[in-house]
Write a protein that binds this ligand. Structure first.
Ligand SMILES: *Cc1c(COP(=O)(O)O)cnc(C)c1O
Length: 376
């Protein structure tokens, strides 16, 4: 059996090595390392794939979130709502820009922002919402867009984990995740569903006005060389990374299918096991399984993880501490504000290996090992 990894980037690379190596070599031969032709080629391909008017590549997913917020003319102290159960980037950039993060609890089934709590968190100072499509499944974007419209709020989708997922509105309209709010942000970190070979990220928008501003901000706020209309940052996608992403984008749908197949294998093995809660599927969204995350019902998740480790099966906890309990963010937490769901989830969730190269032998070994622990 091949060794089991959380994410197997080696096998994935071996399968497309000829194309990737040629793409990288071409950039080196051209020496167009910054804003070379591959950046614009990839941008155009991704616009087509997502069916969105504008993609603005940048250096990483965290920058994408920061640049999105910078484009919205917010003032210090303006409130930005984020779920408390997510990766730190989502809130880090809010605090860095002098804005005020407001945390909201999540849904116990989908792990995504609870829209009832979201409504209650809105004040006269609220300016934006950053829903996160956690683990590869969209938050309830129909309800979130409705709330945003009623309260005149911007919506920035944190789509770092869900590129390629599809959201279905009640009227039947289908949109790719990240293209529904005012701005969508994604990450091409190597282990993400569309990963490059270093850092990378992008912003998506259907607004010509925002797209123009975002494209200046990523490049020092510069419209014409050495004329700076906005305060910007230096956050470009390297040409080599763009060339790699252009190749890998062709495989994204097959990668999604491979992840969904592995998830289904896990589902079938665990669905009738009362001590495990398999990831809920939300009717309005497809699930692209950045992570396959189970909930441990009435047993010690940590003991299971140790048991699996001894059998050379990695398992991870995403995320062990919700944002409102992180030391650096204590000054933003309102007294008496409670987040019972996120706190509970952080104690019982664990994620099994999930990537594009899992084979049946590995899946059988992983699932039978999990069941062996639970039934012993
Ligand atoms: C990975 C990730 C980011 C940040 O992306 P980087 O490219 O690592 O900066 C932001 N939000 C979420 C939910 C992520 O998973």
């Amino acid at each position: 059996m091949k060794p089991i990894k959380m994410v197997d980037l080696q096998t994935q690379y071996q399968n497309i090595k000829t194309q990737i190596d040629a793409a990288i070599q071409q950039v080196i031969d051209s020496t167009a390392f910054i804003n070379g032709p591959a950046v614009n080629d990839f941008k155009t391909d991704l616009e087509k794939y997502l069916n969105v008017k504008h993609v603005i590549p940048c250096a990483n997913g965290t920058d994408a979130l920061q640049i999105a917020l910078m484009s919205l003319d917010l003032k210090p102290g303006d409130e930005v709502i984020t779920p408390t159960f997510t990766f730190i980037s989502t809130v880090e950039v809010v605090a860095l820009l002098g804005l005020k993060p407001v945390f909201v609890d999540v849904d116990p089934d989908t792990f995504n922002i609870n829209t009832n709590d979201l409504r209650k968190a809105i004040t006269k100072n609220t300016k934006a919402i950053i829903p996160v499509h956690l683990f590869g499944q969209c938050a309830d974007m129909e309800e979130i867009m409705k709330i945003a419209k009623e309260n005149n709020l911007y919506v920035i989708e944190d789509n770092a984990q869900a590129i390629g997922a599809e959201f279905r509105f009640s009227d039947g309209k289908i949109s790719k995740s990240g293209t529904i709010g005012d701005i969508g942000c994604t990450s091409f970190f190597p282990s993400k569903n569309l990963g490059c070979y270093g850092d990378g990220g992008a912003l998506f928008t259907n607004s010509d006005q925002l797209a123009e501003k975002l494209s200046y901000i990523v490049n020092h706020g510069m419209q014409r060389r050495y004329y700076h209309d906005y305060i910007g940052v230096n956050s470009r996608l390297d040409t080599i990374q763009a060339a790699i992403l252009k190749v890998k984008l062709q495989y994204l749908d097959s990668y999604i299918t491979a992840r969904q197949k592995a998830a289904l294998y896990y589902d079938n093995a665990f669905a009738n096991e009362p001590k495990l809660k398999i990831p809920a599927r939300y009717a309005k969204s497809s699930h692209v399984f950045h992570q396959y995350t189970l909930q441990a019902i009435d047993f010690s998740r940590d003991e299971l993880i140790n048991f699996l480790q001894a059998k050379q099966i990695p398992a991870m906890i995403y995320y062990p501490v919700p944002l409102h309990l992180q030391k650096a963010y204590q000054s933003y937490v309102k007294q008496n504000e409670k987040y019972p769901i996120a706190e509970h989830l952080s104690k019982i969730v664990f994620s099994l290996p999930m990537h594009t190269e899992l084979d049946e032998e590995q899946l059988e070994y992983i699932t039978s090992s999990v069941l062996e622990f639970i039934n012993k």
